[in-house]
Design a protein around this ligand. Structure first.
Ligand code: MN
Length: 213
């Protein structure tokens, strides 16, 4: 029996992101949704050929298998949430570090255009999903995925994400997804995490941030 996947600790206190994301939302989103993805993943992976593999390998191995949809969904949602928590910090937002900001300017024509494209992509994701900043080879791009899907099974390296499932914002913003996305970008994004991911991606186009725990 392989060691089960663990729910990683939050990288900050449950009230650290308030008022943008309340402690009540964290209690439900991290304490119930994320926890349940991990627990379900452990139940589903037991006894399969994927038991004992790293989380990223389980996701890659099940992404295109139509008889492993539930295992993929729970593995990918476990990865997505651990990554999402790392994308934010108390006192985040603002402008990226200079070198990374220059790459954003080059890719999108300026930070404001980048910000607008990310917000629009998050709004236009119909139903549940994720709005990403990714590395596509040496360049940067905005991407969206539906439900549990992850960019790295599509050859894109995740640098940042925003969860746009309703459970991520409904307690704090009700149906106002735009207000939630704007507030996360402007006040919480951990730009040092994004810049670090991009440095790794630039050095190795197959790099995937490791979220196994
Ligand atoms: Mn979520």
């Amino acid at each position: 029996m392989a060691r089960p996947f663990q729910l990683p600790p939050l990288p900050y206190a449950d009230n650290a992101l308030a008022p943008v994301i309340s402690a009540q939302t964290i209690a439900t989103h991290y304490g119930k949704h994320h926890k349940t993805y991990v627990e379900t993943l452990n139940k589903l992976v037991a006894g399969t050929e994927f038991e004992g593999q790293a989380l990223e390998a389980v996701i890659r191995g099940t992404a295109s298998k139509t008889d492993q949809t539930s295992l993929f969904n729970n593995a990918a949602q476990t990865w997505n949430h651990t990554f999402y928590w790392k994308c934010m910090k108390a006192g985040g937002g603002g402008k990226p570090p200079r070198a990374f900001a220059e790459r954003i300017d080059g890719a999108f024509g300026g930070f404001d255009k980048f910000r607008a494209e990310w917000i629009n992509t998050a709004i236009e994701q119909f139903g549940s999903g994720w709005a990403w900043l990714v590395a596509d080879g040496d360049s940067l791009a905005i991407a969206r995925t539906g439900n549990a899907a992850v960019p790295f099974t599509m050859g894109l390296t995740p640098l940042l994400t925003i969860d746009v499932w309703e459970h991520a914002y409904y307690l704090d913003y009700q149906n106002r997804r735009t207000d939630y996305v704007r507030a996360v970008i402007d006040k919480l994004i951990n730009w040092d995490f994004a810049a670090s991911n991009f440095e790794h991606a630039a050095a190795d186009h197959n790099f995937v941030p490791v979220m196994s725990a």
